[in-house]
Design a protein around this ligand. Structure first.
Ligand code: HSE
Length: 310
């Protein structure tokens, strides 16, 4: 058994234009770091949080990482083992980068390693999703699953966590621009209409099926044609004043497609190959520099490792 474990869990991009709540991928960086260590005091406690400007609660019941870790410990009958968690936030909240999901995924993986539970990542998933649910109130795995497992993930059913790990084309790159404004996922969900028109449903389903087929066929053209969101993006882009401008600029770069990352305000684009991804990265940088908006841009291949020890 270990006395100390340090884990990295990556940021993720949810929805991927055509798969609201059911598609997500992990990026290389940024990500959160979670430390778990054995303690002489019975039960779990959070001993330290950094990088959160004092905003995150130390209370296990209210903290996404703490709650996820506690659920995993209860599931495996080790809730009385003494464990201390440190949470080092290395990415912004309310960014659309899956910040709370990264903490929850990192926490369950750290606990599993610390206590040598010898379970698969899929067996940790439900606890991590329950943790993330503390943040936005909804039970969906499109950030947690890629943060934990890595790669590109399709969730056939969020209730039973029936998930499929999709193939990752070798030359696929993702760029994400994060402007420093905060949009809380809960609020970005509250503005969504619960009604979907039949023609929107037909178009969205066509794109979703074709996107998945494109990954299996390694067909970048098909992936590109499928990256359209007829349901969520038109409603949420109102929260992101510059969205249309950036999108039309990015489309001219020959990226495969672009949309809102998760619940925003981050915007992501997929590209084929490093050279095109670099061009997208530069355009995202100069776009926000020109607007004089503080921002970060991240470009990488898809992170196929997910949560791992460092
Ligand atoms: N699918 C979620 C949403 C991702 O778009 O609300 C954000 O966590």
């Amino acid at each position: 058994m270990n006395d100390f474990v340090k884990v990295f869990a990556p940021a993720s991009v949810a929805n991927l234009a055509c798969g609201f709540d059911i598609l997500g991928l992990a990026i290389e960086h940024p990500g959160d770091e979670i430390i778990a260590r054995k303690s002489n005091h019975s039960g779990l406690r959070i001993s330290k949080i950094t990088g959160d400007n004092g905003l995150l609660p130390l209370d296990i019941e209210k903290n996404t990482a703490g709650y996820a870790a506690k659920q995993l410990m209860i599931t495996h009958g080790c809730q009385n083992v003494g464990v201390e968690l440190e949470i080092h936030k290395k990415m912004p909240f309310g960014s659309g980068l899956g910040s709370s999901a990264a903490s929850a995924a990192g926490a369950v993986f750290a606990i599993s390693e610390l206590l040598s539970l010898e379970i698969s990542k899929r067996e940790m998933l439900a606890s991590a999703v329950l943790g993330e649910q503390r943040a936005d109130g909804a039970y969906h795995a499109d950030n947690v699953a890629p943060a934990l497992l890595g790669g590109i993930v399709l969730i056939r059913d969020n209730t039973t966590l029936d998930i499929i790990e999709l193939p990752v084309p070798e030359q696929l790159y993702v760029s994400v621009a994060h402007p420093e404004i905060e949009i809380l996922t809960k609020e970005a969900r509250n503005i969504l209409s619960s009604v979907v028109l039949l023609n929107q449903h037909v178009k969205q389903n066509g794109n979703l099926g074709a996107f998945v087929a494109g990954l299996y066929k390694n067909d970048y053209e098909l992936i590109s044609r499928s990256m359209n969101d007829h349901i969520i993006e038109p409603q949420r882009k109102k929260l992101i004043p510059w969205f249309d401008d950036l999108k039309s600029t990015l489309i001219k770069t020959e990226c495969l497609g672009t949309s809102i990352s998760g619940s925003g305000p981050s915007i992501f684009a997929l590209s084929k190959g490093a050279a095109k991804a670099e061009k997208v990265h530069q355009i995202m940088e100069s776009f926000f520099q020109n607007l004089v908006i503080e921002h970060q841009v991240y470009t990488s291949k898809i992170n196929c490792k997910g949560a791992h020890r460092i």
